[in-house]
Design a binder for this molecule. Structure first.
Ligand SMILES: *[C@@H]1O[C@H](CO)[C@@H](O)[C@H](O)[C@H]1NC(C)=O
Ligand SMILES: *[C@@H]1O[C@H](CO)[C@@H](O)[C@H](O)[C@H]1NC(C)=O
Length: 550
């Protein structure tokens, strides 16, 4: 009897397990099929963009635009530069490049100039010394650009959603308050996809944001407006956010630094979308994007209200006291395509540099569970409930409007929403049908992978890893590369800090980059390597006319 029972339970357990595996295999087939169909539709359409006229950002003439924020802050404190000059320089540059990249949603240029003049006046009037100023107001007089999903008092705060009466922020987001207290001057809010729900930035309000290195291509998303402004030299400090690579993919596409901080370091109050699900608080961070690596600790320190942040970011670590690991791909998940050879060669160049310039040998890491990255990250992301979305009812955010009706409206061209938002609803509904056991299995994998990172990197190690499989592509091409975002999204799932670092331009004159990953609360380690990378490989460089290279 007992034997029979145990045989039965084993059988049942096996059956359940097999069902999970089968469901897996089926979903993978379905995904592949979908990707194939998408590719057939998308490629011909996107390639049409090749035949449009390519626009060019005018060359940078004002040398102020080529100074790091750290340097500008010092010069303002020493009264070698006025805040008004700096803010005016950035406003002029924004006006010059926006017709080319289409990154700006709304500006507050006049108010910003007024605030800059007040800064200059206060510097003349009060006798604070440079040390006091640098301690109390480290960003004094510096212009800052902000992703539209982060509330800036008096400016649009719709995250690209079409509304009858566009929503204006009544109050600053927590992180914007901190910027202002530190003396920073917000000058505008910039474009995102609708509800930040895509890795490209287009919506029905502002349209598409283009890449400053090739305006036929996307700037990436969801922090695409910010990245395009930085890349074209129209911003020096940027507030962005990241739920699945949103501060890293656009940063790579536009050749700048993007940092996803340790979860909990930066308040997310005042961001839209937001959510109080525990997995969301792990997945989602507001983070800095910058053109000069030296500005990462400066800006992150101001943004963060966590006591550990200041302690960690003030630590000086020598490269020789750090451990370096690298991986060139995700160990063959089958879900992602091969990483572009130029991106792999970027990783190899860095490994070689560490060896020749510093005698440090980076070790090839064997994190075989990374092949589950896509499944882990999407399963956990789709398991998040209560996030702001287009399906939310005003009355009760946990109750959804009918997805079916929204799909119908979309296919009959009556929907005010964009495809990724509709797709999110459909995927969420599908995810609810997948057996719970699959979710549990992915949570287990998530935990074991986290443990592997803890053991491998400890408190002095970093992992060098591709940011994405390719440089900036034509619009909508993200849909057939969507599985490839797991290179970034897995670090949201694991809650690890990551810095995307530019590694120069590829054969088409487009920026490429890599990610540097550390264990939680070790943001200073990835930033330390980011600074070394900038020194060795040049960091951000101004987009030049490179038509002939294509
Ligand atoms: C990954 O990206 C490549 C292009 O780099 C694309 O060909 C491939 O279809 C993508 N894979 C998936 C599964 O999305
Ligand atoms: C995945 O791992 C991270 C890091 O340990 C953890 O904080 C997070 O809660 C995990 N996600 C889930 C859904 O368990």
């Amino acid at each position: 009897m007992e034997l029979a029972l145990s045989a039965l339970t084993t059988l049942l357990a096996n059956l359940r397990f097999n069902l999970v595996e089968m469901a897996n295999a089926v979903t993978q087939r379905v995904i592949w099929g979908l990707m194939f169909v998408l590719r057939c539709f998308i490629i011909p359409v996107t390639r049409l963009r090749k035949f449009t006229e390519r626009k060019q950002c005018p060359p940078i003439r004002n040398k102020i635009l080529l100074l790091s924020a750290t340097e500008i802050a010092t010069r303002i404190r020493k009264k070698e530069l006025t805040s008004e000059e700096v803010v005016a320089a950035y406003i002029d540059r924004c006006k010059e490049v926006n017709p080319v990249v289409n990154a700006i949603v709304q500006t507050r240029f006049d108010d910003a100039l007024e605030e800059a003049r007040k800064v200059d006046f206060s510097l003349e009037a009060n006798g604070k010394n440079k040390e006091e100023l640098s301690r109390e107001t480290p960003l004094l007089g510096i212009p800052v650009t902000v992703k539209e999903s982060i509330a800036v008092r008096g400016l649009s705060h719709c995250a690209g959603t079409q509304k009858e009466t566009p929503r204006t922020a009544k109050e600053d987001a927590e992180v914007v308050k901190r910027i202002r207290e530190a003396g920073g001057i917000p000058i505008l809010v910039s474009n995102t996809p609708e509800m930040c729900m895509c890795w490209e930035s287009y919506n029905k309000v502002t349209g598409t944001t283009w890449n400053p290195y090739d305006t036929k291509r996307t700037a990436g998303g969801s922090s695409g407006g910010e990245a395009a402004l930085l890349g074209s030299g129209a911003s020096v400090l940027s507030l962005s956010s990241d739920i699945g690579g949103s501060a890293r993919l656009p940063a790579m596409f536009c050749g700048v630094f993007g940092h996803k901080p340790t979860p909990g370091w930066v308040s997310t109050v005042g961001h839209m979308p937001n959510c109080d699900d525990i997995s969301w608080t792990m997945f989602f961070s507001i983070g800095p994007m910058v053109r000069y690596a030296v500005d990462l600790p400066l800006l992150l320190n101001v943004m963060s209200d966590h006591p550990l942040a200041a302690v960690q970011l003030n630590k000086k670590v020598a490269l020789k006291d750090m451990k370096f690991f690298y991986m060139e791909d995700d160990c063959g998940s089958g879900a992602t395509d091969a990483v572009d050879r130029e991106i792999k060669s970027g990783i190899r160049r860095l490994v070689k540099h560490l060896e020749t310039a510093h005698g440090i040998k980076a070790i090839k890491a064997e994190l075989t569970d990374m092949k589950f990255a896509f499944e882990i990250a999407t399963t956990i992301l789709l398991g998040i409930d209560g996030a702001d979305s287009i399906f939310m009812k005003d009355s009760n955010p946990y109750e959804w409007k009918s997805v079916f009706v929204e799909v119908l409206r979309y296919v009959s061209l009556l929907s005010p929403h964009t495809f990724p938002n509709i797709a999110y609803g459909v995927l969420k509904r599908i995810a609810e049908k997948i057996p719970r056991a699959h979710y549990e299995k992915m949570v287990e994998k998530n935990a074991s992978l986290k443990k592997q990172f803890e053991d491998l990197l400890g408190d002095n190690g970093v992992l060098i890893y591709p940011t994405f499989v390719s440089a900036a592509h034509y619009p909508y091409e993200i849909y057939h590369k969507v599985c490839n975002v797991s290179y970034m999204m897995i670090f949201n799932s694991l809650g690890l800090p990551v810095t995307q670092c530019p590694m120069g331009l590829n054969r088409n004159g487009l920026p490429i980059g890599l990610q540097v990953v550390a264990n939680p609360n070790n943001d200073h380690l990835s930033i330390t390597l980011a600074r070394e990378i900038e020194k060795a490989f040049g960091g951000w460089r101004e987009p030049v006319n490179n038509e002939k290279m294509v």
